[in-house]
Write a protein that binds this ligand. Sequence first.
Ligand code: GLU
Length: 463
Amino acid sequence: MLFSFSVKLAESKTGSGSVFLRIKMSEEVRVRFAPSPTGFFHIGSARTALFNWLYAKHTGGKFILRIEDTDKERNTQESLDVIMDGMKWLGMDWDEGPGVGGNYGPYYQSQRDDIYRQYLEILRSKGRAYDKDGAVFFKVSGQKQVLHDAVYGDVERLEEKDFPIFRSNGTPVFHFVNVVDDICMRITNVIRGQDHLTNTNKHIELFKAFDAPMPKFAHIPLILKSDGKGKMSKRDRGALVEEYRQKNFLPEAVRNYLCMLGWNPKNDREIMGLPEIVELFDFGGIVKSNARFDERKMAHFNTEHLRALEPDKFCQLAQAALAEAGIGVDLSDPYTKAALLLCQPKVTDMENFAPLASFFFSEDFPYDQLSKEKTFRKGDPMARLAELSELFDKTDKFDVDSLHDSIGALAESRGVKPSEYFPILRYSLTGLSGGPDLLPMLSVMGAQRVRTRTKRALAELSK
Ligand code: GLU
């Protein structure tokens, strides 16, 4: 089905004649993210962008990036880049907007002055705009408007007072440009933060004054600080997308977590891949109550995504993390790959990855003091280590089953539990008290490396 509407622009003073704008609206969903660049990419903005993007993907529609840069002083290219880089990092590509163009540009409000002037003339011609004290005011209808919000339901409101749409310095006001652009860009669904709920009545008045098709509105809940006291602000820890990028979080994990801030897939699962989220995402799952930001939960999402990562991709990330710590590794070496993949199920984050895996790649790795205390808390670890060293000298069978059997037999012959061997064995091989599964690690390290390391430990730890 096609809807169309046309508006006649007032005869312009320059006599160029009347202009008709003919706007056709198909049923194709067109959503937009309309940031006002401030120099930060707040997770609240990222989530708004994401919900729009997901809705476009879910419906096969278009996602438009429009820059609401009417405040010229704050809107520098750098502050816009922060947003665009963040969006790209999170995998949100836009179908129309800066850098990609489109049929409904310009996509910067700072370049749309002529359009705003034309639309002002429409309102004047309808008797809905007038000048007062140098500013231009919009004349409200005097009728109650009902917002049918996809999340908050019907909200009825009377706009009592006329409001300015151009300031006395000639610059247009947010409500006006926002609506004009939504009309021009044929936006079908406005998905934005709940903080705009109170503005929407003014916007409905404007849409109606233009006789333009009304987009559907969906306001999404606020994101509160972790203590639930107030809205997350850019000063709160974890509030900026940049922070996660610097800490080497996986973008898909951040994206997954942001999805769950105010949206509930109703399937008792939260860790989800993108295709599934795209399939399930709809307004019915958006919750009305405010979402609470939880830094630990975000970290948990990251851990889960890291562990589920495709092996080659994980190895590349691990290689990069090690390189940052000054450790060069070669992924074409089967030992390197096997070692890194042993670490994958144990990884918590990439920021602290290198110290937990570097022992694989150096024979003079440090012995961690705290781990030592734990290891030496009970039993006679040095005696066990000497026995193990002797055992490893005698056997070449380093597959997991053989190791299991030979250490079991050793324990039995000495009348101790096999578990008495494990802490000191781990410590001698890694210098740590935790890490990859022990026997698979021995088998990856191989006989020679294990012998060398246990001998080094025997010499150094008995001092
Ligand atoms: N520039 C507005 C903002 O950043 C856009 C509001 C809207 O999405 O309509 O809040």
